[in-house]
Design a protein around this ligand. Structure first.
Ligand code: PLP
Length: 407
C-alpha cells in the first residue's frame, strides 16, 4: 500500500511528543510534565449549558459560520479585550478548534510554492500544515538570549518575493515567551512593508502573567496583533476555548479577520467540516458569558503559582531557565548536562519516571532544551523537581549509563 500514500504525507514524521506519552502511560508512578492541556475540568456552568442544550434537543447542524449568537459573543469579547471590532456576519468563523482554523487560514492564502515564515521552536502542527497546504515553511530560529522572541529584523531577513504569510504564536508553545506591544509593532512594520498576511495564533492570549507593556482590560498584558495600527486587515486572528476554559476535548475555536479572507476560509470549512458541533458551540457561548470570567481568572492565578514554583525549582536544581510570561510551559536548558535534549528526556523518563518533551521536537533550535508543562498540580511539580534534581546528581556522579533504547 505504501506506493499509494501521497508523497507529501509519506515524508512527514509523526509528532515526536506521542512516543513519550505512550511509554509513560505504561509506567506506574510516572509524572508527566509533557502535557499540553489544562489539568482542570471544564467549569461546571459550561458543562451544564451543554447538558441543557442536549435536553432541549439542540442536536442539529448550525450555520456553516457557527451560531450567530456565539459569533456575536466572540465579537463582543474581542472588542472588549482588544478594541478590535469584527462583524459577526462575515468576519468571524467558528471552527473545530484553532487546529482547524489554522489549517483553513493556510489553505485559503497559500498557493503552491508560496513561502510561509514560522518562528521556531514552534507548535508541532505548523510545519506539517504548511506542507499540506502546498506551501514551503521557512523557519526562523529564535534564541534563548532573546527569550525566544521573534525579532523584526530576523523576519525581514527571511522574507523573499515568494513569502505570502508569517505565523505568529505569542504567548508561545513550547517556550512560554510573550512579546510586548512594542516588539509586536516592529513585526507589524515588516508585515506592512512586505505585504504579508499574518496568521496570529493567540490561543494562549488569556494565559499571561507579566506586564508586557500593554494594559488590556484584563490587565495581564496580552496585545492582540490585529489591534496594532494597520494590522486588522492583514491578520487572521485565531483563538479558541481549549486553553483558557479547559475545553480541549470540545474541539471549538474561531478565526476572525478580513471579510474576503474569512469568506475563502469558510468555503473550505463548509465542504470539509460543515460546521463545528452545536453542543460545543452552546458550551462556548456559556464560556463567553461574564459568569465565566472568574473561572479563567482562577485558573490563571493557579498557573501563575505553579509557574513560579517550577521556575524556582528548575533553577535550584541547576537548570537555567528564562522566565516564561505566558501559556503554561517552561523551557529550561539541559545543555549543561552534556546530553542531547532527546537523551535527557529518555533517561529522565526511564530512570526517574518524569516525562518532559525534548526541545528538538519543536524545531532544530529547540535542541539543548526541554519543555516542562506546569499544567499539573503543585504536588506533582514538587515531586517531579525532586526527581529531576536526583537525576542531575546521578549524572554528576558519572551517570548510570544510557538506557534509552526502546523509547
Ligand atoms: N495552537 C497552539 C499554539 C497550541 O499549543 C495548540 C494545542 O496545544 C493548538 C493551537 C490547538 O488548539 P485547539 O485545541 O483549539 O485545536
Amino acid at each position: 500500500m505504501s506506493n499509494k500514500i501521497a508523497e507529501r504525507v509519506k515524508g512527514l514524521k509523526g509528532s515526536g511528543i506521542r512516543e513519550f506519552f505512550d511509554v509513560a502511560e505504561q509506567m506506574e508512578g510516572a509524572i508527566s510534565l509533557g502535557v499540553g492541556e489544562p489539568d482542570f475540568v471544564t467549569p461546571w456552568s459550561i458543562r451544564e449549558a451543554c447538558i441543557f442544550s442536549l435536553e432541549k434537543g439542540y442536536t442539529s447542524y448550525t450555520s456553516n459560520w457557527g451560531l450567530l449568537e456565539l459569533r456575536e459573543a466572540i465579537s463582543e469579547r474581542t472588542y472588549r479585550e482588544s478594541g478590535v471590532f469584527y462583524d459577526p456576519e462575515g468576519e468571524i468563523l467558528v471552527t473545530t478548534g484553532v487546529s482547524e482554523a489554522f489549517d483553513l487560514a493556510l489553505r485559503a492564502v497559500v498557493n503552491p510554492g508560496d513561502e510561509v515564515v514560522l518562528h521556531e521552536p514552534s507548535y508541532v502542527s505548523y510545519k506539517p500544515c504548511t506542507v499540506f497546504a502546498g506551501g514551503t515553511p521557512v523557519c526562523v530560529e529564535t534564541r534563548v538570549e532573546d527569550e525566544f522572541k521573534l525579532r523584526a529584523e530576523q523576519l525581514a531577513e527571511r522574507v523573499t518575493e515568494k513569502t505570502k504569510a508569517v505565523v505568529l504564536n505569542y504567548p508561545n508553545n513550547p517556550t512560554g515567551a510573550a512579546l510586548s506591544r512594542k516588539e509586536l509593532e516592529e513585526i507589524a512594520e515588516v508585515a506592512e512593508e512586505r505585504d504579508l498576511v499574518v496568521i496570529s495564533d493567540e490561543i494562549y492570549g488569556s494565559l499571561t502573567y507579566g506586564d508586557n507593556g500593554d494594559s488590556g482590560e484584563r490587565g495581564r498584558g496580552h496585545t492582540c496583533f490585529s489591534s496594532l495600527n494597520g494590522m486588522r486587515e492583514r491578520t487572521v486572528l485565531l483563538n479558541g476555548f481549549s486553553k483558557a476554559y479547559a475545553m480541549t476535548g470540545w474541539r471549538i475555536g474561531y478565526a476572525a479577520g478580513n471579510r474576503e479572507l474569512l469568506e475563502a476560509m469558510m468555503k473550505i470549512h463548509q465542504y470539509v467540516m460543515l460546521c463545528a458541533p452545536i453542543t460545543a458551540q452552546k458550551a462556548a457561548l456559556e464560556a463567553l458569558s461574564p459568569r465565566c470570567d472568574c473561572e479563567t481568572e482562577k485558573m490563571v492565578e493557579e498557573y501563575n503559582r505553579r509557574r513560579r514554583l517550577m521556575l524556582a525549582g528548575l533553577r535550584e536544581v541547576g537548570l537555567e531557565c528564562f522566565e516564561p510570561k505566558g501559556a503554561f510551559y517552561t523551557f529550561p536548558s539541559v545543555e549543561s548536562t552534556g546530553l542531547s535534549s532527546e537523551e535527557f528526556a529518555k533517561r529522565l523518563l526511564l530512570e526517574e519516571k518524569v516525562v518532559v518533551i525534548p526541545g528538538s521536537v519543536f524545531g532544530a533550535c529547540g535542541e539543548g532544551f526541554v519543555r516542562c508543562s506546569y499544567a499539573v498540580s503543585q504536588y506533582e511539580i514538587k515531586e517531579a523537581l525532586e526527581r529531576i534534581g536526583r537525576f542531575l546528581e546521578g549524572l554528576e556522579g558519572g551517570g548510570r549509563g544510557l538506557r534509552g533504547e526502546g523509547v
